[in-house]
Design a protein around this ligand. Structure first.
Ligand code: FE2
Ligand code: FE2
Length: 294
C-alpha cells in the first residue's frame, strides 16, 4: 500500500506558521511514502517567501520524507513584469525544484507532475501539447497494475468554487488535456489552486473523460480561505490500482484532525465510493454510510 500526503497552496508570505508547524509535525509522525505538494508555495514569488518555502522543504527532507512538487500561479512573479515574462520560474527552480515534469514510481504507483503555471495567464493555468505527449509517454511504460496519478496545480476540469455551485474556468486546452489523461490511463488526478477540497469522478464532470477520480486539495496553510473552508490536506492510501482510501485532514483551530474518510473501488470504468465514514465523534463509533457512486 502506498501512503501519500497531498498538500497544496502553502503560500509562504500569507500563511500561518502555527499551521505550517502542525502540518509538518503530522507528516513527520505519519511518515507517508511520498508528500505531494501541488503548487503555490509562495504568495508573491518573492525571494524571502521562496527561502521560507525552501527551508520548509528542507525540514521535510531532513526528516527523511520524499516529495514530488509542481509550481502554482503564485510561484510566478506577478508585479515584476520583466521577470514574469523573461524568467517566470527561475526562482521556483532555484529554491524549490529544477524538475518541471517530476516523476515518481515504486511497486504500486506511478506519479507524474506537470507545470500548469504560465506568464500570460495571471491565475488560470494551461497545459501544452508537449506536456500531453510527456503524459502519454511517461505512463505508456508503466505496468498496468500500478495506480497512475497525475499532479497539476490547476485542475484539468471546471470545478465548483462558490457556495452556489458556480464553476471555475477549466485549465487551458482542457479538452485535449482530458483526452491525453484518458489515453494515459490516469486513475487519480490531483490538483489544488481553488483552496477547496473536492473529490468527484471525472465521468460526472465531463463526458469521455475516462475513469479518473479528480481529487482537489484545499489550502494546507494559507490564511486566504474560500467560503470559510478551513485549512486541510488529503491523505491517500492507495492499496491497489482499483482500491484506495481518501481522508481529508482538517485544521480545527488547534490541530489537524481527520474530518472525512471515503473508500473507493475502481471497476474498470470508474471509481465508486463504497464506504463513507463520517468524522469520528468523541465517545461514539464512526457512522458508516452506504455505497455511493461519485
Ligand atoms: Fe493558491
Ligand atoms: Fe493557484
Amino acid at each position: 500500500m502506498a501512503r501519500i500526503a497531498h498538500l497544496s497552496d502553502i503560500h509562504f508570505g500569507a500563511n500561518d506558521p502555527r499551521i505550517v508547524d502542525a502540518a509538518t509535525a503530522w507528516l513527520e509522525e505519519r511518515r507517508p511514502d511520498l508528500v505531494i505538494i501541488s503548487g503555490d508555495f509562495t504568495q508573491r514569488a518573492r525571494v524571502a517567501q521562496f527561502r521560507q518555502a525552501a527551508a520548509w522543504l528542507g525540514r521535510l527532507h531532513a526528516a527523511g520524507l520524499r516529495t514530488l512538487v509542481v509550481p502554482g500561479n503564485h510561484d510566478v512573479p506577478l508585479y515584476d513584469v520583466v521577470r514574469r515574462f523573461m524568467a517566470p520560474l527561475r526562482r521556483y527552480k532555484r529554491y524549490i525544484s529544477n524538475a518541471l515534469c517530476p516523476f515518481y514510481e515504486d511497486d504500486e504507483v506511478a506519479i507524474l507532475g506537470l507545470n500548469t503555471a504560465r506568464s500570460l495567464t495571471i491565475k488560470d493555468g494551461r497545459i501544452n501539447h508537449d506536456q500531453m505527449d510527456i503524459l502519454r509517454r511517461r505512463f505508456a511504460t508503466v505496468a498496468p497494475d500500478k495506480t497512475r496519478i497525475l499532479v497539476t496545480h490547476h485542475p484539468l476540469f471546471a470545478m465548483p468554487i462558490g457556495k452556489g455551485g458556480e464553476l471555475s474556468e477549466a485549465v487551458g486546452r482542457h479538452e485535449d488535456a482530458v483526452q491525453a489523461a484518458c489515453q494515459a490511463g490516469v486513475h487519480l488526478a490531483l490538483a489544488g489552486h481553488f483552496h477547496r477540497t473536492y473529490a468527484q469522478a471525472a465521468q460526472k464532470m465531463v463526458a469521455h473523460s475516462g475513469g479518473a477520480l479528480v481529487i482537489q486539495a484545499g489550502t494546507a496553510t494559507s490564511t486566504r480561505l474560500r467560503n470559510d473552508e478551513p485549512q486541510s490536506f488529503n491523505w491517500l492510501h492507495v492499496r491497489r490500482h482499483d482500491e484506495m482510501e481518501l481522508q481529508v485532514i482538517v485544521w480545527d483551530g488547534a490541530g489537524f484532525r481527520r474530518a472525512s474518510h471515503v473508500d473507493y473501488a475502481h471497476d474498470g470504468q470508474g471509481w465508486t465510493a463504497r464506504d463513507v465514514i463520517d468524522p469520528p465523534r468523541v465517545g461514539a463509533e464512526p457512522r458508516r454510510a452506504g455505497a455511493a457512486r461519485v
